[in-house]
Write a protein that binds this ligand. Structure first.
Ligand code: 4NP
Length: 158
């Protein structure tokens, strides 16, 4: 039987890469440091309309208030090499998941997972907060923090 490969890189994906996935990146970087794990972490969007932009100010404000660092994060679009390079590609919602599967080769589909698979919350997806209010950004962080804890445990078991 082939040996299971240890997970050493994770890419978080949402639509715009300015709200959910950079928040997941910031939260996850913080948690892997706390757990003394060495995991490469990045984020990207399925769309490139905000390429080069910093994360949304509302995500940054909500995240920084909880102690997360968004310094240096810049929006980019997911590309073909990402599917080769990353061990896990984590989608925030079903639409992200479908787009990632559509744009990648079948041999890489096993790497693509919904973030909320790792959460103890009943929610299936991390909802898009972009057109909503402050509460939505707080809830996104609640979901991300919980799913990130589950993903840490999954990586430790890998
Ligand atoms: P994200 O949120 O996918 O969590 O980064 C969005 C950001 C921008 C847009 C939609 C969702 N937009 O339509 O510009």
């Amino acid at each position: 039987m082939a040996e299971k490969k240890k997970i050493s890189s994770v890419l978080f994906i949402c639509l715009g890469n300015i709200c959910r996935s950079p928040s997941a990146e910031a939260v996850f970087r913080h948690k892997i440091r706390q757990h003394n794990l060495f995991v490469e972490v990045d984020s990207a969007g399925t769309q490139g309309f905000h390429t080069g932009c910093a994360p949304d100010e509302r995500s940054v404000q909500a995240g920084e208030a909880r102690g997360y660092d968004f310094g240096g994060l810049k929006c980019r679009k997911v590309n073909e090499m990402d599917f080769e390079q990353f061990d896990l590609i984590i989608a925030m919602d079903d639409s992200n998941l479908k787009n990632l599967q559509r744009d990648s080769r079948e041999e890489h589909h096993h790497k693509i997972k919904l973030f909320m698979e790792f959460s103890s919350f009943e929610d299936d997806v991390v909802p898009d907060p972009y057109y909503g209010g402050k509460k939505g950004f707080e809830y996104v962080l609640d979901l991300i923090e919980d799913a990130a804890d589950g993903l840490i445990e999954h990586i430790k078991r890998s």
